[in-house]
Design a binder for this molecule. Sequence first.
Ligand code: TGC
Ligand code: FAD
Length: 400
Amino acid sequence: MNGKMHEKSFKDYFESPDFYQLDELLTTEHLMVRSAIRDFVKMEITPYVEGWAEKNHFPKEIVKKFGTIGAFGPTIPAQYGGGGMDYISYGLIMQEIERGDSGMRSTASVQGSLVMYPIYSFGSEEQKNKYLPKLASGEMLGCFGLTEPNHGSNPSGMETKFEDKGDHYLLNGAKMWISNAPEADIAVVWAKNEAGRIHGLIVERGMEGFTTPETHGKWSLRASCTGELVFSDVKVPKENILPGKSGLGAPMKCLDSARFGIAWGAIGAAMDCYDAARRYSLERIQFGKPIGSFQLIQKKLSEMLTEITKAQFLNWRLGLLMEQGKATTPQISMAKRNSVEMALKIAREARQIHGGMGITGEYPMMRHMMNLESVVTYEGTHDIHLLILGAEITGINAFS
Ligand code: TGC
Ligand code: FAD
């Protein structure tokens, strides 16, 4: 099915707030990248996304389109097909895509941060040349398998394992809640060897014993596809192990990059809700006046703009720290946690400003709100990020 079959005639009037003139801190390249992705989202995502979400449809054709506009692996060097851009550009791309839909941003951030990043950072030269250009162009779609049915917040307990069989590895186990899985051509899978050490393996669709059943019944991220990865005696060629890093630190390093993308992305969802509420408050007349003239509505809008502005600055500073290689995991946790909580609150308030109309797909808030319930859970739940911060503050790890 193509996008047109799910088309609804939505006109996208989005205008982004820049209350503290943060744009002056962005480079010409940043502004160009943001404007290109914003135009793309207005043309290719927002007119259709309500229809996709309503029908729980992942528009596979978006993958090649994302490849064309450079949404996959923006920070990966150009020699491997990436954008060779900085982290603020990456953040802005995620912000604009999630302004359209969190599920669309999931597709892009999994491909860039959780598939291309580990292959680029821990892969062999052969692996980089084989996979990265195809992933960057959207010719290939990837997914990242860390979470298991019995191990979500505590991935170090994972049960998926591989044995060295001389000329290949034999992989057994299962991963759950994996974005892109049902449509992915490859999976970066984290599994333990005989000694209990975690390694990354590249598993390709078509390998015998490897299946990717779809997860049905989601009320969230309905335009994104989610599934399981099931490994039943899968023979993985030895050249498919990522040689550069092992241990839990390897997948966690990928998550640092992906969580950074979410911190920016969630602001996009918040901006979309705020902007819709601002416009509605000027159009909707009650008691003979626009509802925007009532103090309680103005309070809601003022608080939304304040929170968006604070989050924009936190992310911008984090982008610079990422660029300098100085950003820490707790700093990233703070930004991810702050942005998603802020976006969820704004989605709820913006929905209220729309009254009854707010519960329909005529406006984006309910879809963003439902999507954000996944965003607040994946890549570390809200409380897990709180505990990562708590450990940083006190020096005491609440997990152990
Ligand atoms: P802990 O003892 O803290 O650490 C174990 C080892 O890992 C190292 N490490 C890191 N290394 C590099 N970067 C990081 N960010 C790291 N975090 C941890 C650490 O140094 C240690 O290494 P070593 O050599 O000393 O052994 O681990 P713990 O067992 O206490 O677990 C806590 C932890 C960190 C796993 C937990 O805080 C956590 O983050 N849980 C959340 C799990 C999670 O985020 N899963 C995400 C799955 S992927 C996903 O959701 C994709 S959704 C994508 C989409 O659709 O957009
Ligand atoms: P649990 O870990 O079972 O947590 C349940 C509750 O217990 C949470 O509230 C949690 O905060 C709390 N809790 C757990 N431990 C503690 C503690 N020590 N102290 C206090 N509270 C605690 N994973 C992937 O690997 N790849 C993907 O692509 C991917 N995509 C996803 C897409 C979607 C739509 C969703 C919903 C999830 C996805 N995930 C993916 C999985 C996601 O990362 C996990 O859902 C998340 O890490 C939480 O794990 P869990 O669901 O098992 O919850």
